[in-house]
Design a protein around this ligand. Structure first.
Ligand code: 0A1
Ligand code: ZN
Length: 879
């Protein structure tokens, strides 16, 4: 347990390492409780470092068995070693080697960092600071070494032995053991080290890179699950091909392996040549995975593979630069999915996700810049801001300099920084050079936290035939940043006439808006468009061209016009969301003043009209998904009453469902398919729309809806349809729901990943009984707090996906989360800290709930000792 919770690491304190480690030779002799690691590090003074510096290596919970310098055992007075570090006060001023033997207990490693066992499989997780749990090391990303790893193990316990790089040799040893040696020729930081040993089944394929390198691809899964690995392999092959064409990035080893493990703190990890995945993002079959699972697998396989260049070949100088690899790689995986599927639908899904997670983070106590300048626990900075907003910054960069200059900048970056540990400044310099543009103002996005608001106001002058658009920006204060500067906001825009025609954009000063792009880089700007024949409706921020909150007072007519006619599909979707939001905000007010929420029927009619006309099923499904309770809460912003939001949203869904019930039923029947399941985007879109229609239909007519859902549940030949039916039934209290839930559990009792859906669905039921249900499920035989997927499914879903029940007025939802976090704090502090992120918006609640949330946070804060991970989150939440 680390207790140095007060240590703050600052970007401004960065200094190069005093020592470099050119090679690392490891022998890891695997044993369930006594794994011996022998590590030989070839050190030399860093010419860029300080002379006369002692050598201080990182360690974490290590047991040192022996230490030698240039092969000779070190006397006890020559060094100091604790479980947390090793220091040579007077190291030689020349190149030398250090050899350590450390003894590890992978079975007892519940933190899932360093070497641990997952269902009997030995595996490692070293990002961000896990390698120091294997041996003493300069565990920082700018120390890059060439690794050779020899793995030894019992041949029956671990017939498969995998490491980074290429296989060199393998063979038998005495006593039923065997060994394998792996060599990775590419220098890398310790966080990219990995090894795996276990009884695993392999699904293989060959891939020839565009320059002719033959690569052996392997996906390793639990024996018996081989038939669920095909889609991941297919996604890998498509990713490899795509990266060659889209970015000129070719694979650089002879093998590429992916291993699926069932205990993993995150989604997956890009270790060089040996990606390790949470099995949730590898395993898929039509009977066990939904369309959303397939899409996630495709995206995450691509993400980890793309890291091979953006992250591994070019890594980060320090952890402050995390967005350099993560934001860029998220951008790349979004591009990949957009090319493989529907670009507008992908954009809508990504923006939904950005708003739900990043906007929420950015408006509360955990807000931080895309490139933070200080941290106490780096594990807590794998955030929506670093990842998703980081990706948005790359999207904006591409819009600002144009596709061609963007590609030229990427080419330059990949060439110039290859083999280095780089910074955001070095990255941006490549784009400045390639485009001839000054990007210094744009760089502010990396330093300034908070979501800017973009205020827009338009006025039409009929006599002068001019339309004036006033734009202004403001960013609210965030922790540690009271005042904000204006940022560079690319605003893609258009003007739409009453008949839906797109109007020409001519500015009074003669300027052209190439591609309808206006760049707001000042606090405010005024645009006057001339030759505007009729009162237009502005379509702003097309494609969501910047991660900002657009504030524009459009009335229902304007919004419905955009919904019907906008040539930009994102803004068509946005217009529908905006109409629904207006209705919902009014309904929340009505509920709060004890009134009945009433709704203008025009929104429902517009949805009905879309359903009658569209053949873009996936898009229509996105339109049908009304703003979530959390979306509405964010719109309200303060003094939030989650119960009023739930009631208002229920009322709108019921009203729409009733008004267009027959149309919904028609869509539902019309999209029935007799064909075998295929996860492709078009088929998934059909299912998405059909299930969205069922969901709204049931909101309007629960009796008839439940009947349809129950029939679909039984008849479904795939998990997407079966689970969608169960989700509809879960919303309707009564015996039928309980029977369906029991039947689902019985059908999938041996399949933990499927049961996770069942846990998550029940935890998200917006009814008071859910708290007791969750408590009861915590004692279910399939549940375990030791497994992150189970815990996230049940507790994470309750805390993050059930606004009204987590935020119960009596505070019992908070108590539950605090209790679980306290239980998990010693065993898996990373997971505990992540779950506690659910408190990030507590200050925007109404006073009663706020007080209850605060007291739950204080209870967690009082635990001693408290992990650095949890202490960091709780103290920032309370600050
Ligand atoms: N680099 C990985 C994310 C990751 C970060 C930390 C981890 O520690 C448990 C694991 C994975 C990615 O972006 O996919
Ligand atoms: Zn990543």
């Amino acid at each position: 347990m680390r207790t140095d919770t007060a240590t703050v690491i600052r970007l401004e304190d960065y200094r190069p390492a005093d020592w470099l480690i050119d090679t690392v030779d490891l022998t890891v002799s695997l044993h369930p409780t006594a794994t011996m690691v022998r590590a030989t590090l070839a050190l030399r003074p860093n010419p860029a470092g300080a002379v006369d510096a002692p050598l201080a290596l990182d360690g974490d919970e290590l047991t040192l068995v022996s230490a030698a310098l240039d092969g000779a055992p070190l006397g006890l007075d020559a060094y100091t070693a604790t479980s947390q570090g090793f220091t040579l006060p007077h190291p030689p001023r020349r190149a030398f080697t250090l050899t350590f033997e450390t003894l590890l207990n992978p079975t007892a490693n519940t933190k899932l960092m360093g070497l641990y066992r997952s269902s009997g499989v030995y595996c490692t997780q070293c990002e961000a600071e896990g390698f120091r749990r294997i041996t003493y090391f300069l565990d920082r990303p700018d120390v890059m070494s060439v690794y050779t790893t020899r793995i030894e193990a019992d041949a029956r316990e671990a017939p498969v032995l995998l490491g980074n790089g290429n296989p060199v040799e393998s063979g038998p040893l005495d006593g039923g053991r065997h060994y394998a040696v792996w060599h990775d020729p590419h220098p890398k930081p310790a966080y990219l080290f990995a090894l795996v040993g276990g009884r695993l089944a392999r699904v293989g394929r060959r891939f020839t890179t565009r320059s002719g390198r033959e690569v052996e691809l392997g996906v390793y899964v639990e024996p018996g699950k081989e038939d669920r690995a095909g889609y991941a392999m297919d996604a890998l092959v498509r990713s490899m091909r795509w990266d060659e064409t889209a970015f000129g990035c070719e694979y650089d080893l002879d093998v590429f392996n992916i291993v699926a493990v069932s205990d993993f703190n995150m989604g997956a990890m890009e270790n060089k040549g040996l990606n390790i995945f949470n099995d949730k993002y590898v395993l898929a079959s039509p009977q066990t995975a939904t369309d959303a699972d397939y899409a996630n697998i495709e995206a995450i396989i691509a993400h980890e593979y793309f890291h091979n260049w953006t992250g591994n070949r070019i890594t980060c100088r320090d952890w402050f630069q995390l967005c350099l690899k993560e934001g860029l790689t998220v951008f790349r995986d979004h591009e990949f999915s957009s090319d493989e599927r529907s670009r507008p639908v992908k954009r809508i899904a990504d923006v939904r996700n950005l708003r739900a997670h990043q906007f929420a983070e950015d408006s509360g106590p955990l807000a931080h810049p895309v490139r933070p300048n200080a941290y106490r626990e780096i594990n807590n900075f794998y955030t929506a801001t670093v990842y998703e907003k980081g990706s948005e910054l790359i999207s904006m960069l591409k819009i600002l300099i144009g596709s061609e200059a963007f590609r030229a900048g990427m080419d330059l970056y990949l060439r110039r920084c290859d083999g280095t540990a780089a910074t955001v400044e070095e990255f941006l310099a490549c784009f400045a050079e390639a485009s001839g543009r000054d990007l210094s103002h744009f760089a502010l996005w990396y330093r300034q936290a908070g979501t800017p608001s973009l205020m827009a106001k338009g006025a039409y002058d009929e006599a002068a035939r001019t339309y004036t658009l006033e734009l202004a920006q403001a960013t609210p204060p965030t922790p540690g940043q009271e005042t904000k500067e204006p940022v560079v906001i690319p605003v893609r825009l258009g003007l739409i006439a009453a008949d839906g025609e797109e109007l020409q954009l001519r500015l009074a000063d003669g300027r052209e808006l190439a591609d309808g792009l206006f760049v707001l880089d000042a606090p405010a700007a005024k645009l006057t468009f001339v030759d505007v024949p009729t009162q237009p409706t502005p379509s702003l921020l097309r494609g969501f061209s910047a991660p900002v909150k657009l504030r524009i007072d459009l009335d229902e007519d304007d919004l419905l016009r955009l919904f019907r006619h906008d040539s930009d599909p994102f803004n068509r979707w946005q217009a529908a969301q905006s109409v629904a939001t207006r209705l919902l905000l009014r309904a929340v007010d009505a509920v709060k003043s004890q009134g009945e929420p009433g709704f203008s029927p025009r929104f429902a009619e517009a949805l009905g009209a879309l359903l009658a006309a569209t053949d873009d099923h996936a898009f229509a499904a996105q339109v049908m998904a009304l703003p979530s309770e959390a979306d509405i809460a964010r719109e309200i912003g303060q003094d939030i009453d989650p119960d009023a939001i739930l009631e208002a949203r229920r009322a709108l869904r019921a009203s729409v469902g009733r008004l267009i019930g027959p149309r919904l039923r028609q869509v539902y029947d019309g999209l029935a398919s007799g064909e075998a399941y295929s996860p492709d985007a078009a088929s998934a879109g059909r299912r998405a729309l059909r299930n969205a229609a069922l969901d709204l239909f049931a909101a309007g007519d629960p009796e008839a809806g439940a009947e349809l859902a129950a029939a679909q549940f039984e008849a479904a030949d795939n998990m997407t349809d079966r689970f969608a039916a169960l989700a509809v039934l879960a919303q309707i209290p009564g015996e039928r729901r309980e029977q369906a839930l029991a039947r689902f559990a019985a059908l999938y009792e041996t399949d933990p990943l499927v049961l996770d859906k069942w846990f998550a669905l029940q935890a998200a039921i917006p009814e008071p009984g859910t708290l007791e249900r969750v408590r009861a499920l915590m004692s279910h035989p399939a549940f375990s707090l030791a497994n992150p997927n189970r815990t996230r499914a049940l507790i994470g879903s309750f805390a993050m996906a059930n606004l009204s029940q987590f935020n119960r007025a009596d505070g019992k939802g908070y108590d539950l989360l605090a209790e679980v976090a306290l239980k998990l704090d010693d065993a898996n502090p990373q997971l505990a800290a992540r779950l506690l992120g659910a408190f990030r918006s507590w200050r925007s609640l109404e006073p009663g709930r706020r007080a209850k949330a605060e007291s739950a946070l204080r209870r967690v804060e009082a635990k001693t000792p408290l992990s650095a991970d949890v202490a960091d989150i709780v103290s920032r939440c309370l600050a």
